[in-house]
Structure formats: C-alpha cells, structure tokens
Design a protein around this ligand. Sequence first.
Ligand code: ADP
Length: 444
Amino acid sequence: MFSKILIANRGEIALRVIRTCRVMGIKTVAVYSTADEHSLHVRFADEAVCIGPPAGRESYLNIPRILAAAEITGADAIHPGYGFLAENASFSEICHESGIKFIGPSPDMIHRMGNKSLAKETVRASHVPTVPGSDGLVENLEVGLDIIQDIEFPVILKASAGGGGKGMRIVRNREEFEKQFRMAKAEAESSFNNGDLYLEKYIEKPRHVEIQIVGDQHGNVYHLGERDCSVQRRHQKLIEESPSPAVTPDLRLRMGDAAVAAAKSINYEGAGTIEFLLDKNKNFYFMEMNTRIQVEHPVTEEVTGVDLIREQIRAAAGEFLPEGGYPLPFGHAIECRINAEDPSKDFRPSPGVITTWHQPSGFGVRVDSHAYQGYAIPPYYDSMIAKLIVHGHTREEALDRMMQALDEFVIEGISTTLPFHKKVMQHPAFREGDFDTHFLETFS
Ligand code: ADP
C-alpha cells in the first residue's frame, strides 16, 4: 500500500480524497494555487505545497510543478480527482515514467476512451449497444449526408474532443445540416484544437443513466448499479440519484453487464463510469466512458456502503477487489450540486465571501464541501461549493429528507442554487420520477 499520496486537485474532491487516506493511514500532500491558500483541503492535508498563481495552467494543470511537489515531499502516488489532469493520458504516462503511481487507468486506456468516436468503436466490438451513427469520424458533408440516409433526422453532431456539454449541435433537416456542419467544424477547431466531428442519431427525450464500475489489475471488473443524471442544464448535471426511477431490475442487470463488458474490452483498471442514454422504450445506448471518479459518486456510495475512493486506491496498489463483487444497493440516494450561481439571473456565477454558513446534518444527510463561514470563493474555478447528499429507505423518503436538508442549509453573502433545488424537489413530475434530459427546459 502507498505511504503518501499527493492530490493533484482542489476543493471538495481534494478534501474527499484526504479523508479516505486518513482512514487508511496514508499520509497526504495537498497542492494549491495562491487563490486556494485558505481552502479546507490545504488545512486538512499532512503537508501542502503552493504550486503557483490562480490560473489553472500555472497551477493545477502544470505537470512539472505537480511532479516537483511529489518528488520534494516523497509521495509515492498521485490522485488526480476529477477535471484538471484526471483524464490526461500524458500525465498518467509521465507519472509512470517518474516512478509515481497514477491512481487511475493507464495512458492507453485513457486515450482509447477519451476519444469519443474511438471509444464507441472499441465497445461496439464487445457487443455493447451504441447510439446509431457514423463509424468513426465524418470527414465531410457528403459522408455525413450519406449516413443520415440510414439513421434519419434528427441527428446530433459532436466534436470528438468535446466534453463538459460543449461541442454538440442538434440538427433537424438537410438545409440546417449543411450550415451546422461547417460551423461545428470551425468551432471544434477553435475550441478544442481538433476539428474532428462524428454524428449520432438524436435520441428524443432520453434519460441519462450511467453505471459505476471498478476494475482491478487482475482482470476483475464489477459494477455498483446506476445513477440517473437526467436533470441537466445545458448538458451539465445538477441533480443525480441512485437507483434511477426508470430502471427495472432486469434492465439493471442488462445495463450492468454491458458496462462491465465495455470496461473489460480495454482491461480497465480503477473506478470508471459508463454513460448511457435510455430512450422512451427502455433501449439503452453507450455514449461515453469517464475514466475517473465522478462528481456524483457519493450517491452510489450511499446506496452501496462502498467507499469508492478507497477502492480506487486499493486497485491502484494492486489489491484484489472483493471476491464476487459489491453489496446490492439499499434504499435511495439523491445529490444536489450547490453552486455559487444565481438561478434568478440565468445561473450567473456569484463568487465572494461567505458571511454565514450553516450546513445541514442528521440522519441520512451528508455534505461534501471545502467551504466554511468566512471562506472567500475564488472566481477562477468551477462554481460548485458543496454537494448535499441524502439517503432514505425509499425515493419518497429521500426527497422529503432532501427538502428538509435544503431548508436547513443557510449560505449568506453569495447567491447559490439552493432555492432552485427546493423548487425541483417540490415539482410534481420530479417527485413522480417522470423526467428526461429536457426537464429543465420547461421548468419554471
Ligand atoms: P459531454 O462529454 O460533453 O458531457 P456527452 O456525450 O456525455 O457529452 O453528452 C452530454 C449530454 O448531452 C447527455 O447527457 C445528453 O443529455 C445529451 N446527448 C448526448 N448525445 C445525445 C444523443 N445522441 N441524443 C440525445 N441527447 C444526447
């Protein structure tokens, strides 16, 4: 087992990893930018190294500085969290070359799943259903129109190097396609430095349902059930839950098997997520794989009782996953992402000093956050300041518990998404479990 882990990240996820390391008796090193000097992850780590100014490329994305911090402190492994360098194949490679274990998959696995069209090709070979569309990249307009002859409109054009909800365009007819194709290519070139596009059938009113998997270095891969992440704004998740109100036991088995097959197709090691779209007729299609821990991992932890960060660390250290897999999920868990944003002003970011902070607690309530009263939220990073997670016997109980926890949460000095979440929890369609990825478009 490792003796010291450096966490190449910030905020709640850095703190989350530190907590598990402490439980496991592993020393921790935090890295931080000058904007994060007062963040809790810096205070809770055994050692902390300042790696540069606020801008990501000067600090949390700066590979030489992070490696120097690991070498100076004698860390034998690096946990990348999510975002920043978590899905950067060359970072995984450089760690390996420097004799430091990257807690995550190998560069080759990251590469094969990071490129979305290659990922689809890879899993299709293992008989995992994928969204109908192009086999690989669409070189030009004519090729695109040819494919559409088969799959028919509406379609969605995606940038192969896109992510975080960016680089996607829905197209409903031929005239629009010609225009959108050129625009999408130019946009992908300027935003991602890679103009590669691929094409998919646009699934109407789907749910986003993803499966958590963990693999070890000995060829074992197990899944830990699903998360429903259909409540999205501009393709960005805001609320997640497990289990999904739309998934039946039989569907769960089939989706779980498909996810395990997808992960095994690349001998996957570590924690990962296989994202699927689920259509109205309960057909599911592979969309992409995330080769890291996800923001929404706590809902899976709450229903399974498994510490996923611990499993990541154990797998990276070469240990065996539990024989026969993980416990069956129990009850229902929901997560609300509390962002420093003003929902009444189109979710405009609202950085600043938190003058009052009282977080909820009690039976079945969990808050993962690096913030506290007096903390100044820096304007440079993601606006998420806390994750509120509840667990209940039933979905209804979890919803009621979430409502009470949201009421108890007091954050002053900045605007947050707390009022937005209260509205969603009371919405009849949400309470019924009857929603898809377009739910928020009609929400008022
Ligand atoms: P990103 O990597 O940018 O998050 P994804 O490929 O995971 O992009 O897609 C994000 C969201 O976009 C999905 O959760 C879904 O809401 C929507 N989406 C993506 N592909 C399709 C599709 N073929 N049909 C309908 N909706 C889609």
